[in-house]
Design a binder for this molecule. Structure first.
Ligand code: SIN
Length: 279
């Protein structure tokens, strides 16, 4: 297997592995380490059906059901279709976010398999490194935000941006620390995102808004945090949702793009001080 970094700190392309057949334990161990080292793994030239896609994802843990799926009767609760065409009112993930942080146990990772790319180009996905986003803050600000808790509300994206009708009782809403420690690498990272984080507990509304706006601006205006994935039909990208954000760029209207996403539930809640560190 060959692993080629995309930037010095985020993202790598992985060659010479076929995800449609069973990945050996030795190959899997290399992929697990590469996932922790690079946070975003890009596999080119894959030919997968939904069973093979889910089967590879389930090597990493239990599959996740998206809150939008819990309310709809759909064929497969584990496969989220990411489809944009000339009739779309929005494209999923068109803004910096971490997937489904409104859940108590957000996905540890997501695997998006794209089979149709826009005619004429575009439709790339940007990723950002939240370890580095934290590291670049001043020590004084790091100290100020340590111990703060963010409120993450599904309604912000699913009602606000996607205009979906909320289920009875609303979409999930949960609290997570603003600074968390990755449960496997033991590194600290910034854990607020513009897709879901609505408020910082214990601050006045204006203080909370100003702090969140500053942190969101830091994330969306610091190019060195990012890596860009250009899709081809048959590309599968697996991101560590515990330490990255991503932004799907909708620059290809009226053309179409199609992919399917399978996510894996984290086995622990985001925590400032996780109980276990496996590595
Ligand atoms: C998402 O999972 O947020 C969508 C990402 C993409 O379509 O590139």
């Amino acid at each position: 297997m060959e692993i080629r970094p995309i930037t010095p700190h985020l993202g790598a392309e992985v060659y010479d592995v076929d995800l449609s057949s069973s990945v050996s334990d030795a190959e899997f161990a290399v992929l697990q380490q590469a996932f922790l080292d690079w946070s975003v793994l890009v596999f080119r030239g894959q030919d997968l059906d939904q069973c093979q896609h889910k089967s590879f994802a389930s090597r990493f843990g239990e599959l996740h059901t998206h809150p939008l799926h819990k309310e709809r009767s759909i064929k497969d609760p584990f496969v989220l279709t990411v489809n944009t065409d000339a009739d779309s009112n929005y494209t999923a993930g068109d803004g910096w976010h971490t997937d489904v942080t409104c859940d108590a146990f957000p996905p540890m990772g997501s695997m998006l398999y794209v089979t149709e790319v826009p005619e004429g180009g575009g439709g790339d996905t940007l990723f950002a490194n939240m370890y580095l986003a934290y590291d670049l803050l001043s020590d004084t600000l790091k100290e100020m935000i340590s111990g703060l808790i963010g409120i993450h509300d599904g309604g912000l994206s699913y009602v606000g941006a996607y205009k979906s009708t909320p289920p009875q009782g609303g979409y999930p809403r949960n609290e997570h620390p603003v600074v968390v420690t990755h449960p496997e690498t033991g590194r600290k990272l910034l854990y607020v995102n513009a897709g879901f984080t609505t408020r910082i507990k214990g601050l006045h509304a204006e203080e909370s808004r100003a702090l969140l706006d500053f942190l969101f601006r830091h994330i969306n205006s610091t190019p060195k945090l990012t890596a860009r994935v250009q899709w081809q039909p048959g590309t599968l990208t697996f991101w560590d949702n515990r330490c990255t954000q991503h932004h799907a760029v909708w620059d290809y209207f009226p053309h179409s793009r199609y992919g399917e996403r399978v996510s894996i539930v984290a086995s622990e809640r985001p925590s400032a001080n996780p109980v276990t560190s496996l590595h």
